[in-house]
Design a protein around this ligand. Sequence first.
Ligand SMILES: Nc1nc(=O)n([C@H]2C[C@H](O)[C@@H](COP(=O)(O)O)O2)cc1CO
Ligand SMILES: [Zn+2]
Length: 159
Amino acid sequence: MAEQRSDVISWDEFFMRVAFAAKLRSKDPNTQVGACIADTDHRILSVGYNGTPHAITDEAFPWGDSDDPLNDKHSYVIHAEANAILNFRGSLKDMQGATVYVTLFPCHECAKLLVQAGVGEVVYLDDKYAGTMDNLISKRTLDSCGVTYRKVQMPHGLS
Ligand SMILES: Nc1nc(=O)n([C@H]2C[C@H](O)[C@@H](COP(=O)(O)O)O2)cc1CO
Ligand SMILES: [Zn+2]
C-alpha cells in the first residue's frame, strides 16, 4: 500500500495561492492585488482582484497616477477586497468569522468593509504600505473591531 503524501500545502498556503492567482488578472500596471475569502470550514466563499467598474470600453478609465483626480486610477479602481465581498453570492451570515487572504494588507476603506461584512481575520502576504497613515488607520480599525491579522507563511513558495 502506498503511503499518503504528507508534505501537502497548508490551508493558508492554498488560499493565498488562490488570492495570488486572482491578482494575475489585475490590469493595474503598478500594484496587482488578489483576495480570497474562506469560511471557518475551509470553503472558498469568494475571490476578487483590483479592477475598474464594468465599462463599455477598455479605455473608459485611466490606469495611471495623476495629480488630477479625474485622471487618476485611484478615483476609479475597486479594491480586491471590495470586489471579493461584492462577488460573494451567498448570505452574509455565512461570512461571519471568515478569513480574508490578501496579497497586500487592506487599506482603511476595505478594512471597514471587511469588518462590516463579518470577516474575523486578515491573512496577508505583503504589507508594502506599512507605516503610512492609511495603513495605520486600517490597523486601528481592525484592532478596534477585534479583527486579527497575521502575515502568511509560505514554506512551499508560490510557484
Ligand atoms: N489592499 C489593497 N487592495 C487593492 O486592491 N489596492 C489596489 C488599488 C490600486 O489599484 C492599487 C494600488 O496602486 P498604487 O497606489 O500602489 O499604484 O492596488 C490597494 C491596496 C493597498 O492597501
Ligand atoms: Zn482597499
